[in-house]
Design a protein around this ligand. Structure first.
Ligand code: IMP
Length: 199
């Protein structure tokens, strides 16, 4: 393997993944073939969806494909929006619409009960049928209003108390140091390096 295709059309995700994997001896690219239809995310867990996407894009490209399935789990909402984070406010919802829906759902919930976590599950599927999985989380609090312009998705609403910043107030490098995806990618990298050693 010398190339890894990131099975996603989310440029925010792709940038974060490329940054953490930059020191590996692999070329990490996005999906260059725009004619491949989007994978259908029919799973009910992050792991199911990550595996389904990685295998789907691997089949279509013939390359090793890395997929991330991720989302926000809000305690006061019993873990919602969870795997439905991207389509919380509807099938084609924008980040802005999803953020508005989240704020509405949390109306009247005080700061101490607005705890939440981002979760990311990564799956790497190979043309030889191989599969590698890794997971990462990051804990934080859903604010009452958006702060910051970086990142994507729910980043402007997600405060990391130790850093006193939302994920949208961080640079890409700062976010990767603390984020669910950064944590998942570091776990993934360790496995990849180990597997390469074992040949
Ligand atoms: P997926 O593409 O089905 O994995 O959906 C991921 C969705 O979860 C995104 O569209 C965002 O709404 C949310 N999400 C996942 N990771 C992040 C992140 O790093 N920041 C903000 N929102 C995220």
């Amino acid at each position: 393997m010398n190339k890894i295709v990131v099975g996603s059309r989310n440029s925010g995700k792709i940038r974060e993944i490329q940054a953490v994997l930059a020191d590996l001896p692999y070329c990490v690219t996005g999906l260059s073939d725009q004619t491949i239809p989007d994978a259908e995310e029919t799973g009910t867990t992050f792991q199911e969806n990550a595996i389904l996407k990685a295998r789907y894009y691997c089949q279509h490209t013939g390359e090793y494909c890395l997929a991330d399935d991720s989302g926000l789990e809000v305690d006061a909402l019993d873990g919602a929006p969870g795997v439905y984070s991207a389509r919380y406010a509807g099938e084609q919802a924008s980040d802005e619409e999803n953020n508005q829906k989240l704020l509405s759902a949390l109306t009247g919930i005080p700061m101490q009960r607005r705890t939440a976590r981002f979760r990311s599950v990564l799956a790497l599927a190979g043309p030889d049928g191989s599969l590698m999985l890794a997971e990462g989380v990051c804990e934080g609090i859903v604010l009452f209003e958006a702060r910051g312009t970086g990142g994507f998705g729910y980043d402007p609403l997600f405060l990391m108390p130790d850093q006193r910043k939302t994920l949208a107030e961080m640079t890409l490098a700062e976010k990767n140091l603390v984020s669910h995806r950064g944590n998942a990618l570091r776990a993934f990298k360790q496995q990849l390096v180990q597997a390469a050693k074992e040949g």
